[in-house]
Design a protein. Sequence first.
Length: 317
Amino acid sequence: MIVIISHPQDPHAGRVGDLLRGDGQPVLLLDLSDFPHRASLSVGYQDSHVERLDYAVEGAGVFDLTRARSVWWRRPQTPNLAAVTDSDVYAFTHNEWQEAINGLWQLIDAPWMNPPARDEVAGRKALQLKIASGLGLRIPRTLITSDTQAARAFIDQQGLGRTVFKTFSCTHAIWRETRLVGAEDLEKLEHVRLAPVIFQEYIEAAADLRVTVVGRKIFAAAIDARATDYPVDFRMSLGQARTEAAELPPAVSERLLALMDRLGLVYGAIDLRRTPEGEYVFLEINTAGEFLFIEERTSQPIARAVADWLADPSARA
Ligand SMILES: Nc1ncnc2c1ncn2[C@@H]1O[C@H](COP(=O)(O)OP(=O)(O)O)[C@@H](O)[C@H]1O
Ligand SMILES: [Mg+2]
């Protein structure tokens, strides 16, 4: 049984699940938001070993997670505790679920794409930049700060029009693209005290590169947003940008695989920029980043590679 931890609306889980089922592989879509109403969990110990690791879903049966062949940590949800209205009770039950679930993962003795504990640490941009530059990948000059003076000094040093600012992550309600710092932003600079901001040297791009790594397989795609309305962040103009499969210089590929190893990841979607001079600049790695938008545009068989990795231990070597 191959376990996919996600939810029914995730098209990536759907696509890979379909491929696996097509190959005759049993697949379990484990949706953590089915707890506590539709699903339950039981971990039992007997004579110093884990005797059962049962995930029971109403109407679907009981799944023995000790039999997992591999696990895909794709889009983990949280238990649905919306019915708990008391905030103290909510905090308590939420924590109890988190403890039980996080403990459960350690007991599943199967290869993970990616191990949750690794994913958690590797997802931090601050660490990614440090390790990437230590491995010889160029990174933009960067300042992460909540100090207005430090931010001003950094922008002065880079020059206006040569500094971008961006977020660590976004929420459903608030999404922010990468932006060039403009004169009007300088007037509002004291707002960084409210929450730290990532300031970076602006890297001019001949192309944005999205490099999807699956095990030892590398799928590089070049997204050329230069002729679009918004060349600062390709996600703003993906419809207009030209996207095609790309080749990486071997030295860059090797460093990206070394980065994966150092972070303990088997899957990663890496954002780089290729400068007009042909230099590759590392921006970030998304530990569970999307790949279907690349697959649709380049026909690179990324879902197939994910399915193969999950299905076949030998493909992982
Ligand atoms: N320092 C930079 N210089 C130029 N463009 C950047 C820079 N940082 C990010 N971008 C653009 O913004 C996009 C999103 O930034 P990224 O670092 O990948 O963060 P996230 O995707 O988490 O918002 C990048 O793919 C790139 O197009
Ligand atoms: Mg990105």
